[in-house]
Ligand binder design. Structure first.
Ligand code: FE2
Length: 383
């Protein structure tokens, strides 16, 4: 794979040539810090054994050569020689040009609309997902790519939603309990516990960190209405950005405030933007919830009108049926949403029947970890 290795900048960098004609540069300091030898990294758990302060500040590459499918580098002044497999160098290359546009997402994120998703909602049966690692892998992988998935064939009984979180991780307990009942109540502590329709929203934006996954399971649903729907917040944010870049900039750069004080002893508050970008412009979180939005006080006076116009337009797009995927959750079904991305809504309901759902939160890092471990296991088995 490697064709040449040219030391540059008096040993502070190295340029590698690849068979396809591309070139990739690395820094001596970066290579030294990421050395793969067992004095730098624990052979057992892969964790780094040294700190940045153990690396001489004047570290340079004294010599480099291609040995088979690896690059061998000698660092001075340590006099240490380390081998880097070319496949590892290729996978960890950082020498790319052009900054990415604000609002970018990684290659594993697939944005969707009603047109692309309504007839291909990702789903799996619970018995199959417990039995067959590949079924579970595909289901978790759908959550990673699309931010939601349905699970069928659960027992239609209280607590069944824990079986879903047990497949990949742990429930995140909150003041609403390990899980909470979603059914119409007298004097509800939350508008979710009524028969009102709920605008598409993300849950609990007043927490920091926000719960990253929500599971809603259905024990009974015999009412008129009460359908569930989901909206890809990343797709809507991209649509807003395309038609109103300044509005997107305001919603992503000015913090909103969210709060919940609906029951005794609880006063949750968070200050985060509705559209959150990472420091490199990556779109990382949507927070949207009309019920818990507090007064917005972090937008400059001169920008408030434009901010509100952008908020209104964002809401209009979220309500646009072309973004909405709808399904009626039946007894024994559950769905999971990535609460940092996909909004969920409920239609109003009425009639003589009963609608009883249960909800809980869980952590996306745990889900992604389980998925990566299953994928890693499959890869090792294939080798
Ligand atoms: Fe909700």
């Amino acid at each position: 794979m490697l064709t040449h290795a040219l030391i540059g900048d008096e040993g502070r960098t190295i340029e590698l040539g690849w068979k396809d004609g591309t070139r990739t540069r690395f820094h001596a300091m970066w290579l030294r810090d990421n050395a793969l030898d067992d004095k730098t990294r624990s052979a057992g758990n892969g964790q780094r054994l040294i700190t940045i302060l153990d690396i001489p500040v004047e570290t340079k590459i004294g010599a480099a050569s291609i040995k088979g499918d690896a690059l061998e580098v000698s660092f001075v002044p340590e006099g240490k020689t380390v081998s880097f497999p070319s496949i590892w160098l290729s996978a960890n290359a950082y020498d790319r040009d052009a900054a990415r546009q604000a609002g970018w997402t990684g290659q594993h994120t697939v944005r969707w609309t009603k047109a692309t998703m309504q007839n291909s909602v990702p789903r799996a049966g619970y018995p199959a997902a417990t039995r067959d690692r590949d079924v579970l892998r595909q289901w978790l992988s759908a959550v990673k790519a699309y931010g939601f998935a349905v699970m069928d064939d659960l027992p239609a009984e209280s607590g069944a939603l824990c079986k879903v979180s047990d497949l990949f991780g742990y429930i995140r307990e909150t003041n609403y309990g390990r899980w909470f009942e979603v059914r119409a109540e007298v004097n509800p502590s939350n508008l979710a516990y009524t028969n009102l329709g709920l605008q598409a929203h993300t849950d609990n934006p007043y927490r920091d960190p926000v719960p990253t996954l929500q599971i809603l399971s259905c024990i009974e649903n015999t009412v008129e209405g009460g359908e569930s729907s989901v909206v890809d917040g990343f797709a809507v944010a991209a649509a807003l950005q395309a038609e109103n870049p300044e509005g997107f900039r305001l919603l992503s750069s000015c913090p909103a405030r969210f709060e919940y004080a609906g029951s005794a002893g609880v006063r949750l508050q968070a200050k985060r933007p509705m559209i959150e970008l990472g420091p490199d412009g990556e779109l990382i979180c949507i927070r949207f919830n009309n019920r818990s939005l507090a007064p917005t006080v972090d937008v400059p006076f001169a920008d408030m009108e434009a901010y509100y116009a952008a908020y209104r337009r964002f809401a209009e797009l979220i309500e646009d049926p072309s973004f909405e995927v709808t399904f009626k959750l039946e007894a024994g079904q559950a769905f999971i949403v990535d609460n940092t991305r996909v909004m969920h809504a409920r239609k109003a309901f009425s009639g003589t029947g009963k609608r009883w759902l249960q909800g809980c939160y869980a952590d996306k890092d745990g889900l992604l970890s389980t998925l990566a471990a299953i994928e890693h296991g499959f890869k090792e088995a294939a080798e």
